[in-house]
Design a binder for this molecule. Structure first.
Ligand SMILES: *Cc1c(COP(=O)(O)O)cnc(C)c1O
Length: 416
């Protein structure tokens, strides 16, 4: 399609957009002048769906009405409440329903998964991660390495782009796997790198790793609800994600995990809690732990229902729309965005996000000049700045329009 950098053209694209009505389903934060912000920060905290309040109220009312009996008698009984999320999550990450579970928070789940999938030995003790992975992930893998008596200096391989490049090449990962594969226990990558927005080649990396007996896990914080995933088909061993970014379930809301079905009967070592115990006799409080033979077997505690209610509200929107349509609009939004940024023709900014991307674009600002970011913020844009030199922009297909993108472009152009 040939694009134009005019507001009329952006409005025309909006008029043709099948998903445009979903913007109405969200609360868009207002500026002091009463106008809506240009919200481009769904990669950090997704907006609140208007229907969330209703879902939360239902549980507050049932708690008032039933007290403890709500576990069985609430309209949506709390005992199996996490199971109400399973179908939707399975669709979002391309899994079987037995392979996903909502529980804990993201970094906690990453640790729980590593308890099962990072079992280092003298010969095989290394982990591969991106050098610019989200800091929490680096802290988590380093602490797992030291917990097992190894040292990050010799056991952690940090992937870097080549000199002068911004993203990591799969062939470089392949090289490391070929050279050091027998010493590598785990590859743990952000499915979509939080900084550059690069989407990794999930299937290829998993396949190469498995040839050498390496486990593969992905942190899908920036991928779940953003890009098309096929975790079961790709044979990924485990994955974890949070629900408050693209999944719009509220600050700090409960996270989730995927464990491939091939591992459900492996008797993998794990940290256990009563909620992972088989459901038939959980309440008989038996002495011995026998795990549920699905991803649910990794649960520890009974989950916070109010948080799960917010996730249910949001997932009901994903059920209506489906990942296919979301991904397709996302691609159109970022294509248009790229066109407009090219049209600015400024050597002060550069897009470092590769073609393999979701809806996030990372704009590198020359000399790490944060002033540019502060100025667009003053003009009503909510985006985020990541040290040393990147503005992350995420036009989210559920609630961002082509007009939003055009308006962002106008502001950026003016400021530059
Ligand atoms: C957002 C994010 C986190 C945050 O972790 P929490 O445990 O939810 O606080 C961790 N890792 C990645 C890659 C993220 O994008």
């Amino acid at each position: 399609m040939s694009y134009k950098n005019t507001i009329e053209f952006a409005q025309k694209l909006d008029a043709k957009d099948e998903l445009r009505k979903y913007k109405e389903e969200f609360h868009i934060p207002l500026q002091k002048n009463g106008k809506e912000h240009i919200y481009m920060c769904g990669n950090s905290l997704g907006l609140q769906p208007k229907r969330t309040k209703e879902f939360l109220n239902q549980e507050l009312e049932d708690w008032a009405k039933f007290g403890v009996e709500g576990h069985f008698h609430a309209q949506n009984p709390w005992m199996p409440y996490h199971e109400f999320l399973t179908d939707s999550y399975a669709k979002i990450v391309g899994a079987k329903t037995t392979e996903v579970v909502a529980m804990n928070t993201l970094t906690v789940n990453l640790h729980l998964m590593m308890v099962s999938f990072y079992r280092p030995t003298e010969k095989r003790h290394k982990i591969i991660i991106e050098k610019d992975a989200f800091p929490s992930d680096i802290y988590a893998v380093e602490s797992q390495i030291t917990h097992h008596g190894f040292c990050p200096d010799s056991s952690l391989i940090k992937l870097k782009p080549r000199n002068g490049e911004s993203v990591i090449r799969t062939e470089d990962i392949q090289d490391i796997i070929e050279k050091e594969g027998n010493e590598i226990a785990l590859i743990m990558l952000g499915g979509v790198n939080y900084y550059t927005g690069q989407v990794f080649e999930f299937e290829k990396i998993t396949e190469l790793a498995h040839l050498k007996g390496i486990n593969v896990g992905f942190d899908l914080a920036h991928a779940a609800g953003n890009v098309k995933l096929e975790l079961n088909k790709w044979a990924v061993d485990f994955a974890v994600w949070c629900s408050y970014k693209y999944l719009n379930s509220g600050p700090g809301s409960v996270a989730a995990a995927f464990v491939h079905e091939k591992h459900h009967n492996d008797n993998l070592p794990r940290f256990a809690g009563w909620w992972g115990h088989n459901k038939e006799d959980r309440f008989k409080m038996p002495d011995d732990f026998t795990p549920i033979t699905t991803a649910e077997g990794w649960q520890l505690s009974n989950p916070p229902i109010l948080s799960l209610a917010a996730i249910r509200a949001s997932l009901s929107i994903f059920d209506e729309v489906g990942m296919e349509k979301l991904v397709s609009k996302s691609k159109e939004l970022t294509d248009y965005f790229m066109f407009l940024l090219d049209a600015i023709e400024s050597d002060r900014i550069e897009i470092i996000t590769p073609k393999e991307r979701g809806c996030q674009l990372s704009i590198r600002v020359k000399n790490g000049n944060k002033e540019l970011f502060d100025k667009i913020t003053q003009k009503g844009v909510i985006a985020d700045w990541r040290e040393p030199d990147v503005i992350r922009i995420a036009p989210v297909p559920l609630y961002n329009s082509f007009t939003d993108i055009f308006n962002f472009y106008s502001i950026l152009k003016q400021v530059l």
